[in-house]
Design a binder for this molecule. Structure first.
Ligand code: 5GP
Ligand code: ZN
Length: 112
């Protein structure tokens, strides 16, 4: 398996973990775009949001529960942003579903 996020799940590639349970892993982004920038991923390999089906969608709800926990732990009561880039046009560079949780600064809208 050549997927770098699967290698982070297996421990083959080290990461700065901030949350882990049997379904989900969250770790700090290597190139943070905000003071808090955490990636939340399913341990199961799912390519992107475009590959979400009734069979695997429960993990997405769980990821959003985890996002709320991590936001609270990091004191992001003023707000935060959760983003999933899906596909080439959106700039997805790692083809394993992930959600960017970013906070600690103000964000513009619409995003570029
Ligand atoms: P995407 O561009 O697919 O939306 O997001 C991929 C993210 O993964 C990028 O923000 C990038 O900095 C991060 N990233 C890529 N490789 C690694 C890695 O090996 N470790 C960590 N912690 N983050 C990574
Ligand atoms: Zn993977």
């Amino acid at each position: 398996m050549s997927c770098i996020f699967c290698k982070i799940v297996s421990g083959e590639i080290p990461s700065a973990k901030v949350y882990e349970d049997d379904k989900v892993l969250a770790f700090k982004d290597l190139e943070p775009q905000a003071p808090v920038h955490v990636l939340i991923i399913p341990k199961q390999h799912i390519e992107s949001m475009a590959a979400i089906t009734p069979e695997n969608s429960a993990v997405v709800a769980h990821i959003f529960e985890v996002a709320a926990i991590i936001a609270k732990e990091n004191g992001l009561e003023n707000g935060f942003r959760v983003v999933s880039n899906c596909g080439e046009s959106a700039g997805q560079s790692v083809m394993h579903l992930h959600f960017h949780l970013m906070g600690g600064r103000d964000f513009g809208w619409p995003a570029g």
